[in-house]
Design a binder for this molecule. Sequence first.
Ligand SMILES: Nc1ncnc2c1ncn2[C@@H]1O[C@H](COP(=O)(O)OP(=O)(O)O)[C@@H](O)[C@H]1O
Ligand SMILES: [Mg+2]
Length: 333
Amino acid sequence: MQPAPSSLRVEDLATTNEAMARCLRLAALAAKSDVPVVLLGETGTGKTLLAHAIHNSSARAARPLVSFNASAMSDTLLESQLFGHERGAFTGAQQAVKGKFELANDGTLFLDEISEMSPLAQVKILRVLEYGEFERLGSERMLKSNARIICATNCSLRERVVQEKFREDLFHRLNGLTLLIPPLRERLEELPALIAAELKAAAKSEGKTITAIHPQAMERLISYPWPGNLRELSHTVRTMTLFCEGPVILPQHVVFPPDLAATPSRKDGNQAEPDATKTNSAHANSDLSLASAVARHVSLVYEQTSRNQRQAARLLGISRATLARHLRKLDQK
Ligand SMILES: Nc1ncnc2c1ncn2[C@@H]1O[C@H](COP(=O)(O)OP(=O)(O)O)[C@@H](O)[C@H]1O
Ligand SMILES: [Mg+2]
């Protein structure tokens, strides 16, 4: 189990995977300077964790790391969130509030999901990065922020620039050092150690004594593609700990999100009953077509967001209409 992100440092992170080792070497370098960092990785690969680690290993560690989810912010709230406001600046502004740039002064500003930022947010952030100055809403007093910027994105910002979804000038401002965090399926050699660490923590919190993982259970864990990466690994290990009643994790304790192609019971909302004789992924029915992979991924994300269409569409990077089309297709299976 990792220490809480609030205290974790880059030096605390270890890996046996070459690509991840390179990423951690760059993270250690990044911690020694104020260069802007882009953390590029799929959801659940550890971007937030690494942002905290870089901050905690940096000379700014005693100052706050302030997070801002750039995708979740409406344009109306944006400016007061970023720059703060004075009392009475707008209806309902009953007291003065500091914005993220002010709070992160001398510290780190972590801009999460940066590729999804609105054009307005891009302009506003660019201006502060260029001039190092901003005003609270309702004030003309210039404030300075020297916040160090760490961004996270699950898609290439360069591609977003090519698609004209991301400003090129902002891209160049942010793009100091890019750290590529490999997905879990490309770090398979690390899986046993990661599972063991998660299992130890989960067993402790459940008050269980689990001494082993059955080889077939391990096989199931290793052959799964882990689209939700470390976050999904953690949930899966917790679930299997819950199901496990003896000292050994058995294959039937390892349950993945139901695959619609294999389990027509999606609508009843039941997690598949643990059943060692059933495997639920396309590995099992060896349907390796792209269409089937897409369908699996859509359904997984949809289930992981507790069937929240808006959130699922955002995570998948598609419109709600496209998501609805995928879901209709799945329902027809
Ligand atoms: N190297 C790692 N070792 C163990 N757990 C990790 C590691 N990296 C991330 N995690 C865990 O995986 C989960 C997802 O990490 P997070 O940083 O939130 O991912 P992201 O921001 O990329 O979606 C968190 O619970 C985190 O503690
Ligand atoms: Mg995150």
